[in-house]
Design a protein around this ligand. Structure first.
Ligand SMILES: Cc1cc2nc3c(=O)[nH]c(=O)nc-3n(C[C@H](O)[C@H](O)[C@H](O)COP(=O)(O)OP(=O)(O)OC[C@H]3O[C@@H](n4cnc5c(N)ncnc54)[C@H](O)[C@@H]3O)c2cc1C
Length: 385
């Protein structure tokens, strides 16, 4: 029994079929080679799925937040690395959604209808959790900004056609001096580093970005100077549940594959009974609870009410569940599990607890909300604090 609307069920089913056709059969190969998957962008073009978050007026599919999560769960089920490509492109778009004007939205969103991808450049060496410690600068000269600095761990960076880059327009003002810019690929002085070698999500592209005297039109400033940190925080509120959705898909897939292996491995007398079956039951309880926490955050966002705390809860809970369930799946199958695709699911899960704000940072956000009376929290969110 599903409480999804018929339209949501149809979209979820279409995503499931796409994943079965294009993602699942290729996931292990791309995990082994550690290469990016341009074929998937080509395959996605007709469905416009990379524009699922783009509003109708800009030619996108305009899916609500819950429907986006349904699609991302399916992609996470197929391959968390390929799902990360989709999630990170939407992450970069979200900054434009939060602060872009009509012209910026049109320019940024149109390529996504053709399955071009975007990247979100906030992290720098020495500025991960402490995002305000970034050193990249943007100096205004005439009708341009000149950007200098280095970004690291940028998902999609190797293949994105457009980027949202955060840089200091007023270094003396610290966090209040950060601004956000649209930066197009190929600008002189903007170079892309080698792909990073990773434990998991190996098919996604993660790179360093180098900006050396990159001239960016002033028209590419998102919002006003100094609003960058506020834009980044709102963007991450919107985007964190995408990681929750990938995590739920990943955990459900590990459980499903584990059940198949268990049924093939233990037949008749050697079946360990409830020692095993209760573990599988606990795994499903965790996955279902995780999915509910994700849907709760998405329904709040779709209702237009504050959802920062629930966004952080869903990211934290779902990614912790993915780590626990995938690890348990390997444990239950012993060496066969360790050497199977279950091992990939476990490796892919770890990053879910780290990127888009580590789960420790999420717990800071959640604990602040727990310790702050609700009306004060809503007022603080409204004021962008
Ligand atoms: C595969 C991958 C893809 C990524 N994609 C992107 C991307 O597309 N765009 C982007 O901008 N960034 C991206 N990142 C960067 C990622 O978001 C950061 O790595 C992450 O936020 C953590 O920062 P850090 O690695 O510098 O860890 P650190 O900040 O150095 O943290 C190290 C440890 O200390 C803990 N810690 C730090 N501060 C506190 C605190 N105040 N209280 C409690 N604990 C704390 C952390 O939780 C963590 O356990 C990506 C990273 C990876 C690995």
């Amino acid at each position: 029994m599903s409480i999804l609307s018929p339209e949501q069920q149809a979209i979820k089913q279409a995503a499931k079929e796409f994943v079965a056709k294009y993602i699942i059969p290729n996931a292990v190969t791309y995990d082994k080679t550690g290469e990016f998957h341009p074929f998937l962008l080509e395959a996605s073009r007709e469905s416009k799925i990379f524009a699922m978050a783009v509003p109708k007026e800009y030619g996108g599919l305009d899916y609500d937040a819950l429907t986006q999560a349904l699609v991302l769960e399916e992609w996470g089920y197929g391959c968390a690395g390929m799902g990360t490509t989709l999630a990170a492109s939407i992450l970069s778009m979200d900054s434009v959604m939060v602060a872009g004007n009509d012209d910026q939205k049109r320019r940024y969103f149109t390529p996504m209808i053709n399955a071009e991808i975007g990247a979100f450049g906030l992290t720098e060496p020495g500025a991960g959790s402490d995002a305000g410690a970034g050193k990249t600068t943007a100096v205004k000269t005439g009708d341009e900004y000149i950007l200098n600095g280095t970004k690291c761990w940028i998902t999609n960076g190797g293949f994105a056609s457009e980027f949202v880059i955060y840089a200091l327009t007023d270094p003396a003002a610290g966090m209040k001096g950060i601004s956000a810019f649209i930066v197009e690929r190929g600008l002189p002085g903007f170079t892309i580093g080698q792909a990073d070698h990773k434990l998991g999500i190996r098919s996604s592209s993660t790179v360093e970005l180098f900006l050396k005297d990159v001239h960016v039109p002033a028209a590419n400033l998102l919002g006003k100077e100094g609003e960058g940190m506020k834009i980044a925080m709102k963007t991450l509120d919107m985007a964190r549940p995408a990681i929750a959705a990938l995590s739920v898909g990943l955990a459900q897939r590990a459980l499903d594959e584990c059940v198949k292996m268990v049924q093939a491995r233990f037949t008749g007398k050697n079946y360990p009974g409830q020692t095993l079956s209760f573990k599988l039951a606990d795994m499903q309880i965790q996955v279902d609870a995780a999915r509910l926490s994700l849907h709760n955050a998405m329904r709040l966002r779709d209702a237009g009410v504050p959802y920062s705390k629930e966004s952080a809860i869903s990211k934290t809970f779902c990614s912790d569940v993915a780590m626990q369930v995938t690890s348990q799946a390997v444990t239950l199958m012993g060496s066969a599990g360790y050497a199977s695709e279950l091992g990939k699911f476990m490796r892919d899960s770890k990053i879910m607890q780290i990127y888009e704000g580590t789960n420790q940072i999420q717990r800071l956000v959640i604990s602040r909300a727990v310790l702050t009376p609700a009306p004060a929290m809503a007022a603080a969110q409204k004021a962008g604090k």
